[in-house]
Design a protein around this ligand. Structure first.
Ligand code: C2E
Ligand code: CA
Ligand code: CA
Length: 680
């Protein structure tokens, strides 16, 4: 009966061994392989230990088979213990046992088995069987006890039902085997035998079966939690920025939608958009790996300086966003923004190097600035641009009026890009007269834009925008080409004395290819280079005197003329006139306007005298009154330009003036009033 119970337990262990082997082939976990081997050994122990004790009476001399069975049971029990412990180690630590260590374990166990067998030969045969089987039980008890600890303490999560069942059945089995081996020890030492352990045999079979159920349950639980982890990981990857682990754009928008939907009446939601100042250059000088490191630190700072419920996200390379639910008024938001910026101002430590960064921050609020995520972020962006314009390292709250300007500016910028292709640009020409005779010497080309909706625009309406958006060089080249062609046409029609002046912007003047472009244009249009005058503002020429000198000399070599424009508004330093290769000085209209006051007249006289001493001609701009003209003429000014004589006008009108004989445009010549009017 008891023997049948052991056989049943042994069969059960075999089934478990096979199942574990099958699981191993499917899941490829090392501990399953070890345990499968351990359970095969276990079934061998169960199969041999019982008959070794039961085959016949123990006294006086048990048959050799009985001794052999006991020896097999002991050996199998040791194998089982080693495999069980190897598996348990893997389960508990998540690592495989190092090969060398495993080999040492096997060797140690092998020595123990041989030692036990050798020692047992010293005992009388009856005790020998008891001793061998008892040792087998002891090793099993110790191994299961250790495995129970490994199983129960493994994994980051608290044990589930399967793991608990397995751990508990291991422990119980260890206790049972401990008890069995104690009884055998007592039997061997005292010669007493106990019959009640036979009653425990069904418990053995039950425990082995429970172990099987526990393992399967645990595997299922593990599989489920792995699937759960994997999907959580996928979600993290999909909704978080990989560098900083902050919310990515999608998650940030989603959180915004939730916060906006939930915002209680009376409480508002704030949005920050934060851009690191000059991050690009930091990134380039540090290298991208350190740049990423810095972004991580920045993210951490932001998280720390805000409130626990605020969401921090990363929207672009160095653009961060913050969602602040439940904020009171504007002042509260500004206080939080200032705190965030202050946090970022503290130096960062990157590989022992101190790095200082600053950021600009734009703020928008719901419901005041809008109620959907897209709109709030856009408006925070407008405020951010404003903060950058104010010199960075600052925060700005969104203001509708500024936004309107920004939108208007954006629309105009788009229009301007199209204007070049759509033939909406025009050149007007304003005559430049000889001061004494009033005869036309040249014309200045002035840009106009015939906007399809806004009408005719003056340079003041759009040049700043061209300058800011990098379009001014294109506009200048266009004006240069158009003016040269027009000049050539007028020359061909007989006005070959005519000089054409063209303005250059700061950007154009700083372009390294300027000289080549001008040369090309001259060649293409066929205009004599000495008939072209390029006007450069005084401040511009002075900004980088050494480089300017190179460009000016290059232009001079082409044979054209150079004028300093708006003289008297910038440095007004006369000294550089000596070193620069300049042909013409244009006294600015604002200066002319202050005439004929005496102090101004004295300065004008000095300017003109100096220019003349250097062989430079002087042109007065913006002459509107006869008194100004007379005074300038008397001071020796060479040429004049202004509404007193003629407005700037389209090429056709100017052509009639230029080609209609070199008549004087001076106002005092009776009858010429008509001309002035027709010019307007
Ligand atoms: P600027 O070079 O000083 O050109 C003279 C400006 O004074 C012109 O204004 C002209 O119309 C205006 N003006 C002429 N006579 C009088 C007068 O008696 N009284 C007053 N109050 N103003 C007078 P405009 O055409 O509006 O051009 C403004 C500025 O735009 C120009 O100033 C020049 O700096 C710039 N600009 C014009 N065309 C171009 C161009 O093709 N390229 C570049 N880069 N700048 C240009
Ligand atoms: Ca000019
Ligand atoms: Ca000027």
């Amino acid at each position: 009966m008891a023997y049948a119970g052991y056989l049943a337990a042994s069969a059960c262990a075999m089934v478990i061994a096979a199942v574990l082997g099958g699981f191993h082939r499917h899941y490829r976990r090392g501990y399953l392989r070890h345990w499968s081997a351990s359970w095969w050994a276990f079934s061998l122990v169960l199969m041999t230990a019982a008959p070794a004790l039961r085959l016949s009476r123990l006294e006086p001399a048990p048959p050799a088979t009985q001794l052999a069975l006991a020896a097999v049971a002991l050996t199998a029990a040791f194998w089982q213990a080693v495999w069980l412990l190897l598996g348990a180690y893997e389960v508990a630590t998540g690592r495989e046992v190092a090969k060398r260590r495993a080999r040492r374990l096997w060797a140690g166990m092998g020595a123990l088995v041989l030692g036990a067998l050798a020692v047992s030969t010293l005992l009388p045969p009856g005790q020998r069987v008891l001793c061998l089987v008892g040792l087998a039980g002891l090793s099993t008890a110790l191994a299961f006890g250790g495995a129970a600890l490994g199983v129960l303490r493994s994994g980051p999560r608290p044990p589930g039902f399967g793991r608990l069942l397995l751990g508990a059945s291991f422990l119980l089995y260890a206790a049972e085997q401990g008890h069995n081996s104690t009884i055998l020890g007592v039997a061997a030492a005292a010669g007493r035998s106990f019959s009640y352990p036979l009653l425990l045999v069904p418990l053995d079979a039950l425990l082995v079966a429970l172990m099987g159920i526990g393992i399967v349950g645990w595997l299922l639980e593990e599989e489920r939690s792995r699937a759960f982890d994997a999907s959580a990981q996928t979600a993290r990857l999909a909704y978080h920025d990989t560098v900083t682990e902050l919310a990515n754009r999608d998650l940030f928008y989603e959180n915004m939608r939730i916060s906006l939907g939930r915002a209680a009446a009376g409480s508002g939601v704030g949005v920050f958009l934060i851009d690191l100042d000059r991050f690009k250059s930091i990134n380039e000088s540090l290298g991208h790996r350190r740049g990423d490191e810095l972004l991580k630190l920045v993210a951490e700072r932001l998280r720390c300086s805000l409130r626990p419920g605020d969401t921090v996200g990363r929207l672009g390379s160095d653009e961060f966003s913050v969602l602040l639910p439940d904020v009171g008024n504007e002042r509260e938001l500004e206080r939080l923004a200032e705190k965030a910026l202050e946090g970022l101002r503290q130096p960062f430590n990157l590989d022992g190097r101190e790095i200082v960064v600053s950021a600009s921050l734009g703020i928008s609020r719901a419901p005041a600035d809008g109620s959907d995520a897209e709109e709030l972020l856009r408006k925070a962006g407008v405020a951010l641009e404003e903060a950058k314009k104010q010199g960075r390292d600052a925060c700005q709250i969104y203001r509708a009026a500024r936004d309107a300007q920004a939108l208007d500016r954006m629309a105009l910028e788009n229009d301007l890009r199209r204007a070049l292709g759509n033939d909406e640009l025009l050149l007007y020409y304003q005559p430049v007269l000889e001061a004494l005779t009033g005869r036309i010497e040249g014309v200045e080309a002035l840009l106009r834009w015939q906007h399809p909706v806004r009408g005719l625009l003056l340079p003041a309406d759009f040049l700043w925008l061209a300058e800011a958006s990098g379009l001014s060089h294109k506009l200048d080249l266009w004006a240069l080409r158009r003016a040269c062609r027009q000049g050539r046409a007028w020359h061909d029609q007989g006005a070959d004395w005519l000089r054409v002046a063209v303005n250059l912007s700061a950007r154009s003047f700083q372009r390294p290819d300027l000289v080549d472009r001008v040369k090309e244009t001259l060649w293409e249009s066929g205009l004599v280079s000495s008939s072209l005058e390029l006007e450069i503002t005084e401040t511009l020429a002075m900004r980088n005197a050494v480089e300017s000198m190179g460009t000016l000399l290059g232009l001079k070599e082409l044979g054209l003329r150079l004028a300093i424009d708006d003289f008297g508004t910038g440095y007004s330093s006369l000294s550089y006139l000596r070193s620069f290769p300049i042909d013409t000085l244009k006294i600015d209209a604002s200066f002319v306007r202050s005439l004929p006051a005496r102090s101004s007249a004295e300065i004008a006289a000095a300017m003109i005298a100096l220019a003349h001493s250097l062989g430079i001609r002087v042109v007065a701009e913006g002459v509107e009154q006869e008194a100004q003209w007379r005074m300038l003429r008397d001071l020796g000014c060479d040429e004049m330009q202004g509404y007193l004589f003629s407005l700037a006008m389209p090429a056709g009108d100017c052509g009639r003036l230029v080609l209609g004989g070199r008549r004087s445009l001076l106002p005092e010549r009776a009858g010429d009033d008509d001309l002035v009017r027709s010019a307007g």
